[in-house]
Design a protein around this ligand. Sequence first.
Ligand SMILES: Nc1ncnc2c1ncn2[C@@H]1O[C@H](COP(=O)(O)OP(=O)(O)OP(=O)(O)O)[C@@H](O)[C@H]1O
Ligand SMILES: [Mg+2]
Length: 238
Amino acid sequence: MSNVLFEIKDLEVSYGSIAAIKGISLEVRKGEIVTILGANGAGKTTTMRTISQLLKAKAGSIQFKGQELTQMPAHKIVKLGISHSPEGRRVFGVLTVEENLMLGAYSQRKLDREVLEWVYQLFPRLKERRKQLAGTLSGGEQQMLAIGRALMSKPEMLLLDEPSLGIAPILVKAIFKQIKEIAKSGVTVLLVEQNAKAALKLADRGYVLDVGTIALSGTSAELLASEKIQEAYLGKKH
Ligand SMILES: Nc1ncnc2c1ncn2[C@@H]1O[C@H](COP(=O)(O)OP(=O)(O)OP(=O)(O)O)[C@@H](O)[C@H]1O
Ligand SMILES: [Mg+2]
């Protein structure tokens, strides 16, 4: 298919003798928002951490712009243009908002004030609170910070692991709106979510992960209309 930016083929990942990812394949085209849906324990975070090389694949390949990632050290992945906003946000609580953002730019030779201003424009609350310790931010604000920090390395592809986790619906809406803005600016987005409805409204296409295998894939419209998805994730019974 044309314009493939990122591709996973037959990926397997294990924790010791336990297989968490059992041969998945997926692709992301330039400019797309693609979502990976799935229940607790499906393997979503494992997939994201393996893309970032924080976990090593047991088999299979992961390619970004034609380059194989599976043998690379984690720090090279950011340099290549992939940035990861991890599950649970992981902001540095004893550092200020702005210091957290600066850390996100560590792969750059010098800080790009324009990117910082763009992040502040996307999330004005971060600007208001730029001198505040990140540990005192609300959960939703910490999520904005985690996304903002990931943007500071000027990625071509952004990995977002459950940005809606533990956040009030109104703030989820606000954050997802800004994810759309980020995508519009040219950043390709791979979004892991349990909130299937919100994710499919935002994404172009999706994959459903079920205990380490891809159970279903399609355009967001196809997935939203699928009975399987409706029963399993949208709480509708037929
Ligand atoms: N460090 C680990 N050691 C052993 N098993 C692990 C480890 N991390 C994850 N697993 C197992 O791998 C499987 C996939 O976990 P993963 O965190 O990728 O799921 P997930 O889809 O992100 O779930 P959630 O929606 O709860 O975040 C689970 O069965 C989990 O118990
Ligand atoms: Mg997870």
